[in-house]
Design a protein around this ligand. Structure first.
Ligand SMILES: Nc1nc2c(ncn2[C@@H]2O[C@H](COP(=O)(O)OP(=O)(O)OP(=O)(O)O)[C@@H](O)[C@H]2O)c(=O)[nH]1
Length: 246
């Protein structure tokens, strides 16, 4: 399968492109409740497509996205982690090692997943993720927003205030139907209802932020790519019917 999702670390791992071109590699963690769309967003970022069928992530799944930010080659290594507690337990420490950025993802029509962010922030803290690590807040499934109602949806106002309080950059998008460019949805009287970002807005923001990050981070990340010899699973299961949301 192109862009195979299981990644086996070994001394021979370095991808051909990495060997031919020097990329600064950054490990980016995708975390959030089960069903918020981490896998779909990861696919969209890395492959450009919305997967027709997804199953609950078990353990962790990897995808990579190469970027050129102002002439510098950057590789985002996205770690799509399992949202379901029982599929994470034994592996959590691996996730948090040598992390360079975190995307906290919630579902805009599932306030429960937004409330759940506090627990994810706490997990980061418990795993010694420094406050200096860039953090991004991403509201997904904006295509399902219903402008005519407020209940049962996470308002952008609330999300923005949360992102400010936690030092995160805020985005709202849809892995399924992302706007091509950043767009503003207005009411007939012109009042702004909400803004949507393209997936590329997010990718570029993450890349640019990491590019500015201290050089030593890249050195650590490159070590990560070529050392060690362990296998992380990417088994998926058809458990999506367990996503009882809100
Ligand atoms: N309408 C809509 N549905 C989406 C979007 N993103 C994901 N979904 C759907 O939401 C469900 C869950 O998506 P996943 O990407 O598997 O969610 P996850 O966060 O990876 O879930 P876990 O692997 O259990 O942690 C699937 O049915 C997707 O088709 C989106 O932007 N819009």
């Amino acid at each position: 399968m192109a862009q195979s999702s299981s990644l086996e670390f070994s001394n021979s791992l370095g991808s051909v492109s990495s060997l031919l071109t020097r990329y600064r590699t950054f490990k980016v963690l995708m975390i959030g409740d089960s069903g918020v769309g981490k896998t779909c967003l990861t696919h969209r970022i890395c492959g450009g497509q919305f997967p027709s069928r997804v199953e609950a992530t078990i353990g962790v799944d990897f995808r990579e996205r190469l970027l050129d930010i102002d002439g510098e080659k950057i590789k985002l290594q996205l770690w799509d982690t399992a949202g379901q507690e029982r599929f994470r337990k034994s592996m959590v420490q691996h996730y948090y090692r040598n992390v360079h950025a975190v995307l906290f993802i919630y579902d805009v029509i599932c306030p429960g997943s937004f409330n759940g962010l506090i627990a994810w922030i706490e997990e980061c803290r418990q795993n010694s993720l420094g406050q200096d690590i860039p953090r991004f807040l991403v509201g997904n499934k904006s295509d399902l927003r219903d402008p005519s109602r407020t209940e049962g949806q996470v308002s952008q106002e609330r999300a923005m205030s949360f992102s400010k309080a936690h030092g995160m950059m805020f985005f709202e998008t849809s892995a399924k139907n992302p706007p091509v460019t950043c767009g503003t949805r207005r009411r007939d009287d012109g009042e702004v209802l909400y803004q949507q970002h393209s997936v590329e807005d997010i990718v570029v923001a993450v890349g640019a932020k990491l590019k500015r990050h201290k050089q030593t981070s890249a050195a650590a990340a490159n070590t990560l790519s070529y050392s060690g010899s362990f296998k992380l699973l990417n088994k998926k299961r058809a458990e999506k019917d367990l996503w009882s949301c809100c």
